[in-house]
Design a protein around this ligand. Structure first.
Ligand code: NAD
Ligand code: TYD
Length: 350
């Protein structure tokens, strides 16, 4: 059997680490190299279980530092690149957009240049760019984003992702590169950095802290379980058509208050000493330029690649809440800040 040699950027983050787990748990004929800068959102603990596995290699590098990136990846022959690395939090992009432009735009450009070298040498099979539905802007009450929806990004985060999507597209049209872009809706699941809605609410429930809901909690997101997303990405890598984009979602729209109320009721059963957790809900000042609604129409990936989700929202939310309850060391290390030095302390020089 031919071995798949995959480069995963941003593999120490939330979705990237779930993607590494999905592949290494299910496939033996594979080798994965993760390149990650280990920003505040990257955590080597997320990948720790694979550190002695011969199919896994970790390289610490910044995709926006061309010299460092190219020198560390020189001589590696990847057939597949799954590009997850990004600055990913909208609120941070409002406070400081520069890192978003550097990593998401410039970093994607350098990744494409690296891929172009592999393509010229006849080695690259596919460059899969992981993007977001936020590039399409905000929806009103009706309709859903399709692959032909016009781009209308509203935050520095989504604008930087839109820029990266356009660069990826251009490498197909200009250089004939085997690129594919996926645009997905909001993910949830294990290893989610606790600044995003779902993990933040779970951890605040466990700690008896206020649950800050922006505005009236009426904004709508279309929630996708991270394990379904990872399977869809792998399918797009293997079966997707070059130059195409695929929307990934599971028709699962909820407003923020519904999500927070659901987390509270799941916590009431599991953590009765804090019940009722919805007493902690606190309405706070709205996010500037807060997109009202996102919704994905996943018909294309369903019809053309035969993708269907495996997990139900109810079960996957239970699994998610249970994961944070059962992995308190993981999040306590993050909240204490000590995770940031963990890789350097343990693995320097490996
Ligand atoms: P994350 O913030 O959890 O992880 C990002 C990872 O990228 C981290 O490990 C970080 O260290 C790494 N990274 C950041 N800058 C880097 C750089 N300059 N060089 C190398 N590595 C760098 O993000 P996530 O939620 O896992 O998102 C992964 C991808 O999916 C992103 O491209 C994001 O835009 C996209 N996406 C995420 C969601 C979601 O709901 N989380 C939804 C749609 C799209
Ligand atoms: P988030 O998880 O930051 O993802 P995104 O902004 O990329 O959609 O936020 C999801 C929704 O939850 C969004 O409408 C903002 C809202 N939100 C809150 O109400 N309170 C919070 O503390 C956070 C982090 C988000």
């Amino acid at each position: 059997m031919t071995q798949r040699k995959i480069l995963v950027t941003g593999g120490a983050g939330f979705i990237g680490s779930n993607f590494v787990h999905t592949l290494l748990e299910n496939k033996s004929d594979i080798s994965i190299t993760v390149v990650d800068k280990l920003t505040y959102a990257g955590n080597f603990r997320n990948l720790e279980r694979w550190k002695d596995d011969s199919r896994f290699l970790f390289i610490k590098s910044d995709i926006a530092d061309k010299e460092d990136l190219f020198s560390k990846l020189e001589g590696h022959n990847f057939q597949e690149i799954a590009h997850f690395a990004a600055e990913s939090h909208v609120d941070r992009s409002i406070l400081g957009p520069e890192e978003f432009v550097k990593t998401n735009v410039l970093g994607t450009f350098y990744m494409l240049e690296l891929a172009r070298e592999l393509h010229s040498a006849g080695k690259l099979k596919v460059f899969l760019h992981v993007s977001t539905d936020e590039v399409f802007g905000s929806l009103g009450e009706d309709g859903a984003f399709t692959e032909s929806t016009s781009y209308a990004p509203n935050s520095p985060y989504s604008a930087s992702k839109a820029g990266s999507d356009h660069l990826v597209r251009s490498y197909f049209h200009t250089y004939g590169m085997p690129v594919i872009t996926t645009n997905c809706s909001n993910n949830y699941g294990p290893y989610h950095f606790p600044e995003k809605l779902i993990p933040l609410m779970i951890l605040n429930c466990l700690q008896g802290k206020p649950l800050p809901v922006y505005g009236k909690g009426e904004n709508i997101r279309d929630w996708l379980f991270v394990k379904d997303h990872c399977l869809a990405i792998d399918m797009a890598i293997q079966k997707g058509k070059y130059g195409e984009t695929y929307n990934i979602g599971t028709r699962n729209e909820k407003n923020n208050l519904e999500i927070v109320e659901l987390i509270c009721s799941l916590m009431d059963k599991r953590h009765p000493e804090g019940a009722p957790h919805n007493r902690l809900i606190t309405f706070v000042k709205d996010r500037p330029g807060h997109d009202f609604r996102y919704a994905i129409d996943p018909s294309k990936i369903e019809k053309e690649l035969g993708w269907t989700p495996k997990y139900s929202f109810e079960k996957a939310m239970e699994e998610t809440v249970d994961w944070y309850i059962n992995n308190q060391d993981w999040w306590k290390e993050i909240l204490s800040g000590s995770y940031e030095s963990y890789y350097e302390q343990q693995y320097k020089g490996r």
